[in-house]
Design a binder for this molecule. Sequence first.
Ligand code: SF4
Ligand code: SF4
Length: 266
Amino acid sequence: MDDLRKRAKELLETSAVKVVIGYEEGTAGKTRALFAEKPEDTGKLIFDSRCVQNLAAYVTKREIKEKGRMAIEATLPVMRSIIQLASEFQVTDNNLLVLGITPESKLVEFSNLADVETFVHQYQIEIDARNREMLEKLDKMTPSERWKFWIDELSPCFKCYACRAACPMCYCSRCTVDVNQPQWISVPSNDLGNLEWHFMRAVHLTGRCVDCDACYNACPLGIPLNLLTKRMIEDVRVNFGGYQPSLKGEHLLSTYKPDDKENFIQ
Ligand code: SF4
Ligand code: SF4
């Protein structure tokens, strides 16, 4: 990744950007986010198979945006997230430069977000075989078996919200689950409150989740909460022809089409 380090250094030296968001070596063999603000910091930038954190989660943070124009080291899921965020008016060409890493681990610099979108659209979101198998297993369960499965899986959740913090699409300054006047969702961890939190989150992410698995990777308990959003991705594919983040801004939950299926209304 010498070319990434070299380009990031040039961008900071010429003040084309004020911060480069990328990956650096962390502790215990893990990687972590790097926020390079000085040219010499860019020597720490890395890229390898451990770099799975979705760095797009930082581009909406006030503390980072206030620094000025950003550049971001962006894998395919990060690029997808950026296009979704741009369609929601969270980032623009003026404040973000994308240093893309292709699936072949090659650096490609995009001059604008429209080019990022064109690149991203070459690749469909594909749910991996292990999770597809799990979704099929869930489909075959009776409603009461499925209910028990989710009660059992979600009951250990202690609402640390690491999954929310890791997700680029959870950028609201105040989340519904933090509101206690009125309290929409039970704040303490309990079976019903945990179900409400996770189902509400999955619905809010329908037609927006880019299937990066950052939420699952962040959960200290390994709760398979990403199965809920993968289910929604599949349902969107079957019922609405699939989801691709798009600068056109046609958002699934806020777009009505006369030929939308209405067979869920019984
Ligand atoms: S819900 Fe999970 S998989 Fe979907 S975009 Fe957010 S972090 Fe990624
Ligand atoms: S990261 Fe895990 S334990 Fe924390 S709120 Fe999310 S699902 Fe619950």
